[in-house]
Design a protein around this ligand. Structure first.
Ligand code: GDP
Ligand code: MG
Length: 372
């Protein structure tokens, strides 16, 4: 099999690994017995031993990434979707207070009584329009997700306390948003406080090219009190306005694809993952590959614990049914059948293991001759 090392091959053809390493050396290939071998090398080796190497039929890992991209870019049919919003800012400037206020003040009648769970994301409605909020635990998680290619945020709300002004993590947040190319809406918070000085914040942010329209720029600023709820609805209106301009769309009529927001192992339910559907519609029972894990969607619920049969683009969902715990920022794709999903998942897990092994086994002359 492609990716096997000399030790594994030795076992199959009943030879000492050192003998295989030596043979490869004679053939001009310098490896130690723990290095995984590519297809050409294995064929060469097999030929030398007078054995025919047959390639096992496997799902190619790169195909899955291609598959994700195709699902992502399938634009035959498009519907508008809700904006995905991340709230960022310096510690203690009011991110949690704002998220909590939004969560508690925008519960619709039908949902009352539903216990809100911390699944890392939630949706709310304003004038019939939906907004998805990501409850990022911190900048580190956001960075990790971005590093893994998961730019899932459409709009960044930058919270700056009016009594404290621009601070190091404010600048960090601006850098993140700019790198991810998401528009920034500035929420100047704590305007209820006696020491609040919103104009000072506006002056400071001008150094970062964030200039309000009144001052000749094009950044939306809203002055709020997350604690009192002052102007929070105006902030939501501004998010919806920004979102309208962006004309956010997705195709719900295809296999679901998207990203992992967070995942954990639950004692009773096994691996539990919060996913953001970015394309397609997810259904209970769908065969799925999530990062290096796979399975079938056994249960699917929203942040209120309400069971869903189907989830469209921009919907955060919590699912069970995976064989293992994926990582934040991992991508997921729904497959036609469980067999292919399993093969793809296993292939990805193996690939990840091999990457790990490669990292730990770089060839040096020393360990090469040791193994000879
Ligand atoms: P985070 O670190 O950005 O999540 O900040 P928190 O939401 O935890 O807020 C830090 C502190 O500021 C808490 O004591 C909040 O009660 C307080 N706070 C947040 N928003 C406001 C506000 O609008 N007005 C006032 N007076 N206090 C606020
Ligand atoms: Mg907080």
């Amino acid at each position: 099999t492609v990716g096997m090392n000399a030790q594994e091959i030795g076992k199959i053809i009943h030879r000492e690994p050192a003998e295989i390493v030596k043979k490869l050396f004679m053939l001009g290939i310098m490896v130690n017995q723990n290095i995984s071998l590519d297809k050409d090398t294995i064929e060469l080796l097999a030929e030398d031993y007078g054995i025919k190497a047959e390639e096992k039929q496997e799902v190619n890992v790169s195909d899955i990434d291609k598959f994700f991209e195709e699902e992502e870019e399938n634009t035959d049919y498009q519907e508008s979707r809700a904006p995905v919003v991340t709230i960022m800012g310096h510690v203690d400037h009011g991110k949690t207070t704002l998220l909590d206020y939004l969560r508690n003040s925008h519960i619709t009648a039908g949902e009352a009584g539903g216990i809100t769970q911390a699944i890392g994301a939630y949706q709310l409605k304003r004038n019939g329009k939906t907004i998805t909020f990501l409850d990022t635990p911190g900048h580190a998680a956001f960075t990790a997700m971005r590093a893994r290619g998961a730019d899932i945020t459409d709009i960044t709300v930058l919270v700056v306390a009016a009594d404290d002004g621009v601070m190091p993590q404010t600048v960090e947040a601006i850098d993140h948003a700019k790198a991810a190319k998401t528009p920034i809406i500035v929420a100047i918070n704590k305007i209820d406080k006696p020491g609040a000085n919103p104009n000072h914040v506006i002056e400071q942010l001008a150094n970062y090219e964030l200039i309000p329209e009144d001052w000749g720029g094009d950044t939306i600023f809203v002055e709020i009190s997350a604690k009192m709820g002052t102007n929070v609805d105006e902030l939501l209106d501004m998010i919806l306005l920004q979102s309208d301009v962006m004309e956010l769309q997705a195709n719900p009529k295809q296999h679901a694809a998207g990203s992992v927001i967070e995942a954990r192992l639950d004692r009773g339910r096994g691996p539990v993952a919060t996913l953001l559907v970015q394309q397609g519609t997810m259904h209970v029972g769908d065969p799925i590959v999530v990062g290096d894990t796979f399975g079938r969607v056994r249960t699917m619920n929203n942040e209120k614990g309400i069971e869903l049969d189907a989830a469209k683009p921009s919907t955060p969902i919590e699912i069970t049914g995976l064989n293992d715990v994926p990582e934040a920022g991992d991508r997921f794709v729904v497959f036609d059948d469980e067999k292919t999903a399993r093969a793809a998942g296993e292939e990805r897990a193996k690939e990840a293991q091999m990457e790990e092994r490669k990292k730990n086994n770089s060839v040096t002359l020393d360990n090469l001759f040791e193994s000879l």
